[in-house]
Design a protein around this ligand. Structure first.
Ligand SMILES: Cc1ncc(COP(=O)(O)O)c(C=O)c1O
Length: 486
């Protein structure tokens, strides 16, 4: 069947083993998005509504239907039990007593990143966790004091690293090694090139921090090879998994990663600013009881910034001011976690645990390839419009394709897409990021996106007075396949 037809997209959806999950999410309708109120003003408006084409899970994942149910249970528990909510099992609730909400999600969270449950903590937010990890893992010496990171790291990572360097009275210009692209023609950092930078600074480098998936280009780094290589050179390795978690299949434990941090509002669908996650390899989470000089027992553990929630559960409420870290990542926790956040994570993981990352990744590769083929077709017809900057090799990318528009087109393209009820996001000056999330996006979503995108490009080119006409007649709003339109 011709892949550029709507029928092909629908057929792919019928054969999709994950298609059942779409109904587990609330897909905003087109008028939901356009309206300035939460509720529809008329029942007519509510009834007549088409689902939007939401390809923005790389920024904010959609709401699972379970989230509202679990949130209501949390609110009802708080309302009806007050402080007893911390301790009491509630028979008609899916949620654990609040004292254990973090433990309750850890096992399922660990599966998503390929870790032992004891290696994962659900806590704070990504940047806060990065600070906590740097406080523990960045121990500069006179010889080894540099941190290697990308020149185009997400700003929060850059700031966090810079602040730790200053905190140790070191100079960022000397101690921060920024990996810039080999050539201005491509922002992609090849593994080989990253390894050459590691080689260049190996002797003086204390720590390497990279993203699992790069937020701007969508590049999926070869975490296995890079981790092994840097560790062989005596460098501590940390990963920012903001765009990788729930997107790429990972085996953090087996890969011997030292630490990793992530957020849960992108492919994990837990809502804006929701709780973060941290991985600490089991090697680093050990707590050993030894005999001190005075014959009294003392605890040996990795230095860290500590809080009461990281201290042993049995003595947490003893208020004796003896920090007794929980072995593993849990010993890095600071505060009692937000129950609203962990409730959203419980809802999300109740979906993830019905599948696994291998199955999600299989669909992700297929649907992203499909998006790529359609975009290539549009590019063939709208030559002046854009190029895909994400690697073409599916092993080197997740669910996101980043499209660099020709200068000056971004506003017009985004406006047309918004009018058509298509949600993607932009990174100025010229990039839009399009992410088919395998849990809830369909091949049909991708087909409709490509149609609207072709129209948006044609309109932007017309607006600029450049050559090139839309080949889609009325702008692709009709429900016809491309083959029929051409
Ligand atoms: C790659 C990356 N790192 C760090 C962050 C910062 O996350 P947070 O605001 O949750 O600390 C983000 C946010 O989108 C991100 O994309």
């Amino acid at each position: 069947m011709d892949i550029f037809t709507e029928d092909y997209a629908k057929q792919q959806d019928e054969q999709d083993p994950l298609r059942r999950f779409r109904d587990s999410f609330v897909i905003p309708t087109k008028s939901d998005l356009a309206r300035k109120t939460l509720a529809p003003s008329t029942s007519h408006e509510a009834g007549q509504d088409e689902q939007s084409i939401y390809l923005c899970g790389n920024s904010l994942g959609l709401q699972p239907t379970l989230t509202r149910k679990y949130m209501q249970q949390y609110l009802d528990t708080w309302a009806s039990k007050g402080v007893y909510g911390h301790f009491k099992e509630i028979e008609d609730s899916n949620l654990a007593p609040w004292l254990h909400v973090d433990d309750d999600v850890v096992e399922d969270m660990a599966k998503v990143v390929g870790a032992l449950p004891s290696e994962v903590a659900v806590m704070q937010t990504l940047t806060a966790n990065l600070h906590l990890m740097l406080a523990s893992f960045y121990r500069p010496t006179q010889k080894r004091y540099k941190i290697i990171l990308e020149g185009k790291a997400f700003p929060s990572d850059h700031y966090a690293v810079e602040s730790h360097i200053r905190h140790h009275d070191l100079v960022p210009a000397d101690a921060m090694v920024l990996i810039e692209p080999e050539s201005p023609a491509s922002p992609i950092l090849s593994t080989h090139y990253i390894m050459s930078i590691i080689d260049k600074h190996a002797e003086e480098t204390a720590l390497l921090l990279l993203p699992g998936v790069q937020f701007y280009t969508g590049q999926l780094f070869d975490m296995v090879t890079i981790t092994a290589y840097a560790k062989m050179k005596g460098i501590v390795v940390g990963w920012d998994l903001a765009h990788a978690v729930g997107n790429a299949a990972m085996e953090l434990h087996d890969w011997d990663v030292d630490f990793a941090v992530w957020c849960t509002y992108k492919y994990l669908n837990c809502g804006p600013g929701s709780i973060g996650g941290a991985f600490v390899h089991e090697r680093h989470g050990k707590v050993k009881e030894t005999e001190g000089d005075n014959g009294q027992s003392k605890l040996e553990y990795r230095p860290r910034l500590s809080g009461w929630w990281g201290s042993s559960k049995s003595s947490r409420f003893a208020m004796d001011n003896h920090f007794n870290p929980i072995p593993g990542a849990a010993g890095f926790q600071l505060s009692n976690p937000s129950v609203a956040d962990t409730t959203a994570l419980r809802a999300s993981l109740d979906i993830f645990k019905q599948t696994d990352m291998a199955e999600l990744r299989q669909k992700s590769i297929r649907i992203t390839k499909y998006l790529e083929k359609l975009l290539d077709r549009v590019a063939g017809e709208q030559e002046q419009c854009f190029t895909i900057i994400t690697p073409r090799n599916p092993d080197e990318r997740g669910a996101q394709l980043s499209v660099a528009l020709k200068p000056g087109m971004l506003d017009s393209v985004m406006e047309s897409l918004e009018e058509a009820g298509v949600v993607v996001d932009e990174r100025r000056p010229d990039v839009i990021r399009v992410a088919p999330a395998p849990l809830y996006n369909t091949f049909h979503d991708v087909f409709l996106f490509a149609k609207h995108f072709q129209h948006a490009c044609a309109k932007a080119i017309e607006g600029k007075g450049a050559q090139g006409q839309s080949v889609m007649g009325d702008g692709g709003r009709e429900d016809r396949g491309w083959s029929e339109i051409k």
